[in-house]
Design a protein around this ligand. Structure first.
Ligand code: BGC
Ligand code: CA
Length: 313
């Protein structure tokens, strides 16, 4: 029988499109991006402190803005800094010891990875994560429904960028099994999550098969837990679901907002599931009925997570 779970508001962040949460076990901080405004957020659950900065553009209101440089994803690096998928390419930067320190305007020392750009007039980077092999995988999505085909890319620690997969509709959630032999991937336009065989030594992708199809809503961010079960945010349904390795629906977290986007385990013993949500595309009337859209939720689902992979730089 499918278990029904609930989640509480953990951070009233009021983001436009909160995405890609990652728990930093060393700093004991939860980070996530608010993609269009180009913010990286930090939350200290023990102190209850929440802040944000804009690594590449101007800091400003949490709405899409001309002076913002969107940030699709953030990952942690071995040296204690960040790796970013910006709107059109990759960049690196140091940790922000004080999450309230401001952004580019305050002189955040961002180092762009030169030699690779996607066409930001038609697409932007979306979800991404460091892989178990120490590189950073991130994919693109079109700005418009009839936009061009997108792709999944790999940034190596030496700055080389490789296209891993073309013909992608909307690159979204990604994660790897504990034995590194399976890569879970949501192309949101495909309506489900696929599993690729992965070479455990190199990460190279092999045969692809369908893992789960969602009948309603959009498959978005995902994460595997310590038991090898898959957590999947189903954007548009208010649900975060847990699937067993056999693809059976084990648990559903029902949220009071329609648009969950992604999740990460964090906190003590990695036993809290933090869930990001969005107010993107909601009408003012819809926001009035789901005022916590764009906030971060927390659930104790009885499962634990795994420490995040780190980018080897
Ligand atoms: C994208 C959103 C999109 C959502 C559902 C997210 O990953 O960033 O722009 O609306 O997926 O497709
Ligand atoms: Ca996403």
């Amino acid at each position: 029988m499918t278990r029904q779970l609930t989640a509480d508001v953990a951070v009233q962040s009021q983001c436009y499109l909160a995405e890609g949460p990652v728990w930093d076990p060393a700093a004991r901080l939860l980070h996530w991006v608010d993609i269009n405004p180009g913010h990286v957020h930090a939350f200290d659950p023990v102190a209850g402190v929440h802040g944000r900065f804009a690594p590449a553009g101007q800091d400003g209101p949490a709405v899409p803005r001309d002076d913002a440089v969107p940030v699709g994803a953030v990952g942690l690096t071995r040296s204690g800094g960040f790796v970013f998928a910006l709107v059109d390419g990759f960049a690196l930067g140091p940790a922000q010891p004080d999450p309230n320190q401001g952004g580019a305007g305050a002189g955040y020392p961002l180092t762009r990875v030169e030699g690779f750009r996607v066409d930001a007039s038609v697409m932007r980077f979306n979800d991404g994560k460091p892989s178990p092999w120490g590189d950073f995988w991130a994919g693109t999505m079109p700005w418009k429904a009839d936009g061009p085909a997108c792709a999944l890319y790999r940034l190596a620690p030496d700055g080389r960028v490789t296209e891993l997969l073309g013909g992608v509709g909307l690159s979204n959630g990604l994660d790897w099994s504990g034995d590194r032999k399976a890569f879970y991937y949501a192309d949101s336009r495909s309506g489900g999550v696929d599993i690729f065989a992965a070479d455990p030594e190199t990460g190279e992708l092999g045969a692809r098969r369908r893992f789960v199809t969602v009948e309603a809503g959009i498959p978005d961010g995902l994460a595997l837990d310590a038991e090898g079960c898959l957590w999947l945010a189903v954007f548009g349904t208010g649900e975060v679901r847990r699937y067993t390795p056999d693809g059976d629906l084990d648990a559903v977290i029902r949220l009071p907002v329609d648009q969950p986007t992604s999740m990460a385990f964090g906190g003590r013993d990695l036993s809290t599931l933090y869930i990001t949500t969005a107010r993107e595309a909601l009408t003012p009337a819809q926001v009035a009925t789901q005022p916590h859209a764009g906030d971060i939720f927390a659930c104790a689902p009885g499962a634990t997570g795994r420490p995040p992979n780190l980018f080897a730089a």
